[in-house]
Design a protein around this ligand. Sequence first.
Ligand code: SF4
Length: 401
Amino acid sequence: MTNSLQRDLILSKWAAPRAERADNARTEGGCLSRDEALRLIEHADLGELLRAASTSRDRGKGRIVSYSKKVFIPLTHLCRDYCGYCTFRTDPKLGVAAYMTPDEVLAVAEAGARAGCKEALFSLGDQPERIFPEAGEALRRLGYERTLDYLAAMTELVLKETGLLPHANPGVMGAHDLARLRGSNVSLGLMLENVSPRLKQRGGAHWRAPDKAPALRLRTIEEAGRQHIAFTTGILIGIGETLAERVDSLLAIRRLHDEHGHIQEVLIQPFRAKADTRMAGAAEPSFEDLQQTIAVARLIFGPEMNVQSPPNLVADDYPQLLEAGLNDWGGISPVTRDFINPEAAWPQIPMLAKRTAEAGFELKERLAIYPEFARRAEFVDEHVRPFLSRHLDAGFYARAS
Ligand code: SF4
């Protein structure tokens, strides 16, 4: 069989509707295989790949592209990791508070609520108290031992006082932390980034980043599945990984999702070189590379998965990412900047709606938990359910405010 014939067969087979895919899986012993995914990411004609991915997305999601209106709460910038691309993290600094206070957290959340946000996205550094005594002292003054203890208290505070729905991204979490955060978050997240242990070698993107050990991150994602937590994860592309490692990372997420059914979104994020980081001079992935990876992710996960890539990291070209089969723009804030990528402004929501419509899609607001998970009782803690219900419309998207 020629390479191009093989490729055509792969593309048509995996863009198929669910029933046919299930037939393929039964008769061919699984979903898109590693070899097939590798052939697509390494050799597929980009136009053909995008068409197959778009067809798959349309079959599962129609022409709806979702986003979440969020306010960003950077609880602490302290982090025990030193990822080579990060501008979010800091070491303790004299005269700079280590953590936001409860009053500051509430003030930001209330500003978000007034602006119509429904999601409170808590992003923070990973376990700073394990290496910085200053972090431990600041936590004790606030009445807590660990950052994750303080986070659980703050997500509960925001839920109760503002009705915003927390979604926390605090890094690696153990079973106990996940269970506690489940009681005040509608969903949780942890980027897998990549499964390659190579990236942890001296000088690599994850050198001096103990929490970026792939096994630790996979364990957190798996435990979230055991606990029925709607979970957001994904990969960061262009940080020194090979295409095979990208595919392996997506397949690792798929394996966990196949087992637990809890992955609500797969995010494909392009690396951006930022001044004052170790990787300031590293090459960024091209737009086509990003499209190719999104498309392969769509075909690996199939029509039903929510595939996201942020519109603010590709400047004005972002509507063309829709051609690669994504169906979500992620969280957009009308209030706070993107603290992870402070150089990249989010598009205004009316402009996002206009550009999305011009590309032939309808922009629709979702909550921090996707409709297919919001409707399932086992994925929402009883304590959170009444707060969630206030924001839901009949289709389990965000109720118009
Ligand atoms: S990317 Fe996350 S884990 Fe890595 S240094 Fe930044 S805040 Fe810490």
